[in-house]
Design a binder for this molecule. Structure first.
Ligand SMILES: C[S@@+](CC[C@H](N)C(=O)[O-])C[C@H]1O[C@@H](n2cnc3c(N)ncnc32)[C@H](O)[C@@H]1O
Length: 250
């Protein structure tokens, strides 16, 4: 099966499904389990390259089970979407700390936005909001939210690696994105995206806990800091309990 530019074999997918479907999870339909696995791999495609490692395999199984447990019969589809782990866990006070440095933006571009734009009311200001995301379901949800809330904004289904020219904005968000677009062991794509972001302030975040909620041993991304130094970009770091943000002055 192809997930964006990566390939996961049917055997691997089946072995993840079988590991999830144990104990109280065995009654859940195979298709439902598969759908959740694919959804999580889409959210974090880089995991496909690491899935041979037991640690990552086990974490995925745990995270899929957690979502299935939450989802079964308790929440409708929409509520489930809002429970997307990445956005749900964000500490929204971080927006205030970010805009303290950058000033309130008039326009934001959010790359690989997930459903983060649904937290628009947490921004503390009312900028135009442009989101690019490869997942169609998220994009539909964001656009109907923008319409309903009369927000000046638009989400577009797009592989950000195919965007030739990025629109100009005061602030760009790349939240928990770089490690999902990177191909194995190369930081070339990240560097391209950092260079191409057409803005004065670029905010890049990384998770500091694993998908199963444990703290990472080495949360700081040295490779990223070295890259920023090499590109002579100044940055400040804001830490929250599960995510670190690089506020980069371009
Ligand atoms: C870990 S999630 C983070 C979502 C959101 N930025 C947040 O932090 O709340 C990564 C997101 O990037 C999206 N994504 C990954 N590769 C992408 C690509 N090449 N083009 C567009 N979106 C991509 C995924 O669909 C997913 O929604």
């Amino acid at each position: 099966m192809k997930i964006y530019r990566r390939e996961i074999s049917t055997e691997k997918l089946n072995s993840i499904i079988n590991s999830v479907k144990k104990g109280k999870y065995q009654e859940i339909a195979k298709e439902k389990v598969k759908k959740e696995i694919v959804k999580q791999l889409r959210n974090n495609p880089a995991l496909i390259d690491k899935i041979e490692k037991k640690k990552h395999f086990d974490e995925l199984v745990k995270s899929v089970r957690r979502e299935l447990y939450r989802g079964i019969g308790i929440f409708n589809k929409k509520a489930n979407l809002k429970k997307h782990y990445s956005t749900q866990e964000r500490d929204y006070d971080v927006y205030l700390s970010i805009f303290n440095i950058t000033g309130f933006p008039k326009k934001i571009v959010d790359l690989g936005s997930g459903i983060n734009p649904l937290s628009y009311d947490k921004l503390g200001c009312k900028p135009e909001y442009v989101a690019y995301e490869i997942n169609e379901e998220y994009v539909k949800e964001i656009n109907s939210f923008f319409k309903k809330e009369k927000i000046k904004g638009k989400a577009t289904v797009k592989d950000i690696l195919d965007i030739k020219r990025f629109p100009k904005a005061d602030v760009y968000f790349m939240f928990k994105l770089l490690e999902s677009v990177e191909l194995v062991k190369s930081h070339k794509i990240s560097e391209e995206l950092v260079k191409k972001a057409n803005c004065k302030w670029l905010i890049v975040s990384f998770a500091t806990t694993t998908i199963s909620g444990k703290e990472m041993n080495v949360p700081r991304r040295r490779w990223f800091e070295l890259m920023l130094n090499r590109l002579q970009l100044e940055y400040q770091i804001i830490n929250t309990n599960n995510e670190m943000f690089y506020v980069i002055n371009k």
